[in-house]
Design a protein around this ligand. Structure first.
Ligand SMILES: [Zn+2]
Length: 143
């Protein structure tokens, strides 16, 4: 008997307990029959059960453009143990990326990737540096 079997079983139980919430702008449409789609695909069948356990949400700004039912079924504010988050963080970077899009489009693949990565790192750095002042101002605004 493999001496790691006990740890493997415990790890397997931990994997089952992982609660994943994924937000996607059109989650209400995308998640329908997702398990069947994944099972039918030779490249995705091995993770079909895992995908079936995901709880799907729609980011806060996008869900306002859906049917009312979507707000209650997919709005993260209505999901158990999720708390308030907008799920739109990925969107905040797009204006910065769009500014360099015209230049990056004309670059060769390597230069384009370096430029996009450098721009994303710069955007993240500036966000982190400005966060302290922003949080401080929010704390003072509470008084
Ligand atoms: Zn919807």
């Amino acid at each position: 008997m493999d001496r790691r079997k006990g740890a493997d079983v415990q790890f397997r139980l931990a994997l089952d307990a992982i609660d994943q919430v994924v937000t996607y702008d059109i989650a209400c449409e995308y998640y329908a029959k997702i398990k069947a789609r994944f099972r039918a695909s030779p490249d995705l069948a091995d993770v079909a059960e895992m995908v079936d356990r995901i709880r799907w949400g729609i980011p806060a700004l996008h869900v306002t453009g859906h049917k009312a039912d979507c707000t209650y079924l997919f709005g993260t504010a209505y999901m158990d143990c999720v708390g308030h988050f907008h799920g739109e963080t990925a969107e905040a970077y797009w204006p910065s990326a769009n500014r360099i899009g015209g230049h990056a489009r004309q670059m060769n693949n390597g230069h384009r990737q370096d430029t996009l990565i450098g721009n994303a790192n710069d955007w993240n750095w500036k966000k982190i540096v400005k966060m302290r002042a922003f949080l401080w101002s929010m704390a003072w605004a509470q008084d």
